[in-house]
Design a binder for this molecule. Structure first.
Ligand SMILES: [Ca+2]
Length: 146
């Protein structure tokens, strides 16, 4: 399964008319058709939120796994958002002392298998704005410790 995009399908069981979607927000005009989505193919760790109405309004449903959207959301999606977790987080603090007497600290996130549901929180509905909550598992390297 491709892991860099989501696919929405017009029939249950990930069949029928389909549209490939990169991470982003898609209002009704950006979708191939209104109210056509019945199932979604979702890469591991990604999140898709469906909205009943355009402009990300009405009822919503968040999906994190491939499958049918469910009886309660079959053929009613008019807008949606696609989010992928950013697994690369590198923070570098270094070169504080130009004379070389200091050191540098590198904090690098390991490839952690995080629960996608804990990564993103919708803080604003329109335009959709997500707050990323991360639990960092990192290694710290100190060059030239004082
Ligand atoms: Ca609708």
């Amino acid at each position: 399964m491709a892991n860099d995009h989501v696919i929405v399908h017009g029939e249950r069981g990930c069949k029928g008319k389909s549209q490939t979607l990169k991470p982003g927000a898609y209002d009704t005009s950006a979708l191939d058709d209104n109210d056509f989505i019945s199932s979604v193919t979702i890469p591991k760790g990604w999140t898709v939120t469906l909205y009943e109405d355009s402009k990300f309004g009405g009822r919503s449903k968040t999906l994190t796994a491939t499958g049918d959207v469910g009886d309660d959301f079959d053929n009613i999606t008019s807008s949606l958002t696609v989010s992928n977790p950013d697994k690369e987080a590198v923070v570098k603090v270094g070169d504080t002392y130009k004379d070389g007497s200091g050191g540098s600290i590198t904090i690098e996130q390991n490839d952690v298998d995080v629960d996608a549901k804990s990564l993103l929180k919708l803080t604003q509905r329109f335009p959709p704005k997500f707050e990323q909550v991360m639990v960092l598992s990192f290694t710290m390297t100190i060059d030239q410790p004082l």
